[in-house]
Design a binder for this molecule. Structure first.
Ligand code: NI
Length: 129
């Protein structure tokens, strides 16, 4: 599976964007995901894509993670040609599915799912176009 992006937790979205710009990343728009309670912004550096994720409310899906990891990368996302098939394959190979696939407004409504592995931690799958 091709790598789609690296997910990066940040406490302050605007400050983080300024820092990634200094490192050669181009700015994208900031999208609010109201279901997950997070702001998301994708930035690109010559095809290398970083997804900045910042919680804007206490009960966001990453509020616990950001207390633990602070500003830090926390998942790699892989592009899946066949989400059902890949989930099944990974589930048979030591990955635990974290909830059902859900649409991600910041990735044009494509469905994403997170899976956890004992040796490499959290990964995300995004449905191919
Ligand atoms: Ni992601």
């Amino acid at each position: 599976m091709k790598v789609h992006h690296i997910g990066y937790l940040v406490k302050d979205m605007k400050e983080a964007i300024l820092e990634f710009e200094k490192l050669g990343f181009s700015r994208g728009e900031i999208i609010r995901d109201e279901f997950r309670g997070i702001d998301i912004s994708f930035m690109d550096n010559d095809g290398y894509c970083v997804e900045l994720i910042s919680p804007y409310r206490e009960d966001s899906t990453v509020s616990g993670l950001i207390k633990k990891y602070k500003n830090s990368p926390y998942h790699l996302c892989y592009e899946s040609e066949n989400l059902v098939q890949d989930i099944e394959y990974l589930a048979q190979n030591g990955y635990v599915q974290m909830g059902e696939p859900k649409e991600a407004p910041a990735i044009n409504g494509r469905r994403v799912v997170f899976m956890m592995n004992g040796s490499i931690g959290l990964i995300e799958l995004v449905e191919g176009v």
